[in-house]
Design a protein around this ligand. Sequence first.
Ligand code: NAD
Ligand code: IPM
Ligand code: MN
Length: 358
Amino acid sequence: NKTYRIAVIPGDGIGKEVMPEGLRAVQAAADKFGIGLELTHIDWASCDYWQAHGKMMPDDWKAQLQGMDAIFFGAVGWPATVPDHVSLWGSLLKFRREFDQYINLRPVRLFEGVPCPLAGRKAGDIDFFVVRENTEGEYTNLGGRIFEGTEREIVIQESVFSRHGTERVLKFAFELAQSRPRKKLTVATKSNGIAVSMPWWDERADEIGRSYPEVAADKQHIDILSARFVLQPDRFDVVVASNLFGDILSDLGPACTGTIGLAPSANLDPERRFPSLFEPVHGSAPDIYGQNIANPVAMIWSGALMLDFLTHGQGAGRQAHDAIVAAIETVLREGPRTRDLGGQADTTEMGKAVAALI
Ligand code: NAD
Ligand code: IPM
Ligand code: MN
């Protein structure tokens, strides 16, 4: 029986508060279904580490993580002490790029018992995936400033869309759509305004789509697509988007299901050449850190996705995933609930309630 090696990186802010609850649930499910885990706790990739060392991670970070089966990650960012682009490009974004985690898979689901900000929606009405490109696109450090500090100042920020990078995320999304009952794919675009990359992105989607005749694919400009997340969320099944568009949609989608405190994500290298990384969609939430009131569900659900991925969606890992999600469903329906869900429970109470049901 294989023992899976997991790097545990809480990071900053509420990452440090929700991580113990993520681990509590993952450990309970692993014990129950006989999955061996070897946890390595890591205090770098945090702004505390930056304050002590002047960098986000040790120089041998990649060697330390390379042999891991997965990375379980809280959140990074503490803008009061480290500029966000420094902390994020020095940690999370490095992991995504260096470990070629080119899929960021972000489920969006309305649960029973969770107040929905959209009128007339009930559990089951919202149930889709955002498939976000995770290594290129609008997220680059290419560009520069000239005539700095003068009235002639110019700032250039490049985007990069490679054929390889675009086709692989589209393929993943078409495969996922094909595997689902509704077989619908929405391709986020902006080919009316972003005149070089986006018409080309549309062409790639058409080309890949020819291999998936059963999938009903349609392209939508990101502006109206955002509006439809709010007005007609039931029409979505799988949504594929570039890095930035996917980032925005993956906060908007969960907001439509009540709170971003529920939303998990899987940063995947589907070929398993490198460790994949599992983390909440949300960040370090400095505004609520220190009170132990953060919703731990996003972290816990991310742990379920991790166990499922480790065992290729089969056997004990799939059972562990399903048991965690069932426990989340029960707690969301019956409580205890954190404040973002209208309850009074703290992070630990809610986390313990989920773990107890596993
Ligand atoms: P955020 O996601 O941290 O917080 C946005 C809002 O949502 C805040 O009001 C916060 O209190 C609330 N919130 C977030 N998670 C919650 C939870 N689990 N339960 C209840 N409420 C929750 O976004 P932000 O404020 O833009 O960013 C704060 C810091 O986190 C920045 O440094 C940012 O760069 C970083 N960040 C990191 C990640 C990551 O590590 N993946 C993701 C997003 C933001
Ligand atoms: C996310 C976050 C990150 C992103 C930030 C912190 C760089 O918002 O994981 O969604 O934009 O990818
Ligand atoms: Mn985001």
